[in-house]
Design a protein around this ligand. Structure first.
Ligand code: TLP
Length: 343
């Protein structure tokens, strides 16, 4: 189902527009001042979210970035290191906020798919007089830049155990946690079990227009709520948007449709342009296509798609990242395949 103007936007799952049910819920939302803790819709959303991931508490935040940054700030001390994969969103796509806010730097470890081994974490422990000390291990599951790959739960458990053994706290950037749930059938509370805090987004595949949530122990979340206000994240009558997020959370099972559409697209691209996509690497709602087998390369592909009413962007260089979501369907996948230049 493309947008009302007929375009199908595959750039990200952040582009979804609120459904009629969300718009109605937003119009009818019962609200109060959330800075006083008096917005009933936000309070419900926080309780429901904490229950889904099995934590004591949760705090609603405007963005995944703010959720991640509150976690990093709360878990670390200035001058320490956050261990993550070198391509992590917290490291590369959050405007260096962790350096500005928490005063930490990142130790990015090499990983093709978002996994981190116990040895990679152990190697970060300060071995000599010059090395900064690590304070936090940050997971990203699913992992964005490797194409929505799932880090297996046993890998998360084993490496998190190794991290705890050397005194690290553990955060999960679960912007797309429910894509990992949909791909594996493993419930969200089990993914959250090895970590101290988890951030997930309502505004990605879940399809809400705005909002994310940080979940964790009650005392940690109390402090995060205090710091959210410091950052200007006290949002007052924010039940207006929490109402849409509640619907997004309740409808999370629909993500399997996005995964089916991504699979269709991956198979179609691999068939037409051998070498562009490894279908076996496509596990959730993203397909990263190497455009070198497409005549004219990435620029010609983006232009041809635009002429077919498909919005696509280069990410990373020489590639297009196609992301499936609520506002693109199987017919839009066919539109991509029909629109691209023929070999
Ligand atoms: N990702 C966006 C861009 O910022 C790259 C996208 O289009 O994929 N964690 C992960 C893993 C993310 O992918 C994102 C957004 C965030 C955090 C940040 O969420 P927001 O945009 O709500 O701050």
């Amino acid at each position: 189902m493309a947008f009302a103007d007929g375009t199908a936007d595959f750039r990200s799952d952040t582009v979804t527009r609120p459904t009629e049910a969300m718009r109605k819920a937003m119009a009818d939302a019962i609200v109060g001042d959330d800075v006083y803790g008096e917005d009933p819709t936000v309070n419900l959303l926080e309780e429901e979210s904490a229950a889904v991931v099995g934590t004591e508490a949760a705090v609603f935040v405007p963005s995944g970035t703010m959720g991640n940054q509150l976690a990093i700030w709360g878990h670390t001390i200035p001058g320490s290191e956050v261990v993550c994969v070198e391509t992590a969103h917290v490291r590369n796509h959050e405007r260096a906020a962790a350096a500005a806010i928490a005063g930490v730097q990142f130790r990015g470890v090499e990983s093709p798919d978002g996994s981190i081994t116990p040895d990679q974490v152990k190697d970060t422990a300060a071995p000599e007089h010059h090395h900064p000390r690590p304070s936090l291990l940050a997971w990203e599951n699913t992992h964005n830049t490797s194409g929505g790959t799932v880090t297996p739960l046993d890998v998360m458990v084993e490496t998190s155990d190794a991290a705890r053994a050397i005194g690290l706290r553990i955060h999960l950037d679960g912007a797309r946690l429910f894509n990992a749930v949909a791909a594996t059938g493993i419930t969200a509370d089990r993914w959250a079990d090895p970590v101290d805090t988890v951030q997930f987004c309502f505004s990605k595949g879940l399809g809400a227009p705005v909002g994310s949530i940080l979940c964790g122990p009650a005392d940690f979340i109390d402090e995060a709520r205090y710091r959210r206000k410091m950052l200007g994240g006290g949002m007052r009558q924010v039940g207006v948007i929490a109402s849409a997020a509640r619907i997004a959370l309740a409808e999370r099972d629909r993500l399997t449709e996005d995964h089916e559409n991504a699979r269709r697209l991956a198979d179609g691209l691999a068939d037409r342009y051998p070498g562009s996509v490894d279908p076996a690497a496509v596990q959730t709602n993203m397909v990263i296509a190497d455009c070198s087998p497409i005549p004219g390369g990435v620029a010609a592909a983006i232009d041809a798609l635009a002429a077919a009413g498909v919005v696509a962007a280069e990410f990373p260089v020489g590639h297009i990242r196609f992301v499936t979501h609520r506002d693109v369907d199987a017919a839009d996948v066919e539109r991509v395949l029909a629109g691209l230049p023929r070999p």
